[in-house]
Design a protein around this ligand. Structure first.
Ligand SMILES: Nc1nc2c(ncn2[C@@H]2O[C@H](COP(=O)(O)OP(=O)(O)O)[C@@H](O)[C@H]2O)c(=O)[nH]1
Ligand SMILES: [Mg+2]
Length: 366
């Protein structure tokens, strides 16, 4: 007799498989329930069948040789064993697949939870994971983390500083984010800290915020830089014409709340006013930006056709995920980083490594 194992979800089904194959001649050897590595309980039923029947059902024509010599008997048994071994190996392979799937799913979950906790949006992560399923990357958590960091690095864009042609830069952003301070730093940089002194003028677009003009004026006086304030589009155009031989004109937009539609319309008019020079608009965004505010900020400022993002208050947080998320979603290039209150020292050219290193530091803390 030859033993053969049938596997099914329950013993009855396994036995029925055996009967279907061999008819009622099978005799039951054993039946047991086993929890497989994928966590599923399965029934293994072992039956014994006459060797001739086994040969006929398993090997068809081979059984034509109905010899019953000892040699043949041994051969048959060997074949039966081999077949059983093959079946077992096949099961083993399936189990391996199943369990590695389970494992990679749990690695994905673990890494996803970590990145989401750090502020990266679920939709972006899911998009990444879909393309990775079935690859070796998802079988190792640290490999997966490195992959995601590389993807973030790829998406981040830096806009190089370029003063080869005259420029007009307007800084926009929520109140208190650091626009005036950054303008003072940029003014000092362009006027005094580069390969050659550039001719810089400061322009204030609004005076709604009490003290706003004074603050900019104060910096302008210290640095001995041209400064003026305008409140109408007409005045603005005239001013830009007067400043035509300046290398850089920095425009401050104090007091502009993203929720103040009137002021926004006016600002757009300023930007689109028929000037000889193209006005570059840079959004100042705090590194401490809250996830809930991010979308509003983008909605409220993006119709100014943003050229770049200046990130301020780098020194005030250790968590950069929300900020990175903003960059991943809106894909704006970064131009400068403001890393403290000191004018002009606390200003850096935007630099992906600087941002990623901090994010990695945050990830490493778990
Ligand atoms: N810690 C820190 N404070 C900053 C930074 N940039 C600006 N500030 C401070 O933030 C406050 C508001 O800055 P301000 O330039 O007036 O913002 P504005 O309303 O956008 O013009 C001031 O107290 C600045 O000193 C920065 O990078 N780090
Ligand atoms: Mg200001």
């Amino acid at each position: 007799m030859i033993n053969e194992t049938f596997v099914a979800s329950d013993p009855k089904s396994a036995y029925e498989q055996a009967v279907q194959k061999y008819g009622n001649e099978v005799s039951l050897v054993s039946a047991k329930q086993i929890k497989y590595e994928d966590g599923v309980l399965r029934s293994e039923v072992v039956i014994a069948v006459p060797k001739a029947l086994f040969m006929e059902k398993s090997f068809g024509d081979l059984s034509m040789d109905n010899s019953s010599s000892d040699e043949d008997e041994t051969l048959l048994e060997e074949i039966g064993e081999l077949k059983a071994q093959l079946e077992q190996m096949k099961d083993g392979l399936l189990e391996l697949d199943e369990s590695s799937n389970v494992e990679s799913r749990s690695i994905i979950e673990e890494v996803k939870t970590l990145f989401m906790k750090k502020g990266i949006a679920e939709c972006w992560l899911d998009e990444m994971f879909t393309s990775l399923i079935g690859t070796a990357v998802v079988e190792d958590a640290s490999l997966l983390v490195s992959y995601l960091l590389e993807e973030i690095d790829e998406v981040l864009k830096v806009r190089e500083e370029d003063l080869s042609t005259p420029k007009v830069m307007m800084l926009v952003g929520p109140t208190g984010v650091g626009k005036t301070t950054t303008i003072a730093k940029l003014a000092a940089r362009y006027a005094y800290l580069l390969d050659r002194p550039y001719k810089v003028a400061l322009l204030n677009l609004d005076s709604y915020k009490v003290g706003a003009i004074e603050q900019l004026e104060h910096y302008a006086d210290i640095m001995q830089i041209e400064h003026s304030s305008v409140s109408s589009v007409k005045e603005f155009k005239e001013k830009l014409e007067q400043l035509i031989d300046y290398d850089v004109i920095l425009i401050d937009t104090a007091g502009m709340s993203p929720y103040d539609t009137q002021k926004f319309i006016k600002t757009v008019e300023f930007v689109n006013s028929d000037t000889q020079r193209n006005i570059e608009v840079d959004l100042v965004l705090s590194a401490t930006v809250k996830y809930e505010d991010m979308e509003d900020i983008y909605k409220n400022f993006s119709f100014l056709n943003l050229d770049s993002v200046i990130i301020s208050k780098f020194d005030e947080t250790k968590h950069f995920g929300t900020l990175l998320n903003f960059m991943l979603l809106y894909k704006l290039p970064m131009s400068y980083f403001s890393v403290g209150q000191e004018v002009p020292d606390d200003l850096l050219l935007a630099n992906k490594e600087y941002l990623l290193e901090r994010f990695i530091g945050d990830i490493d803390e778990g």
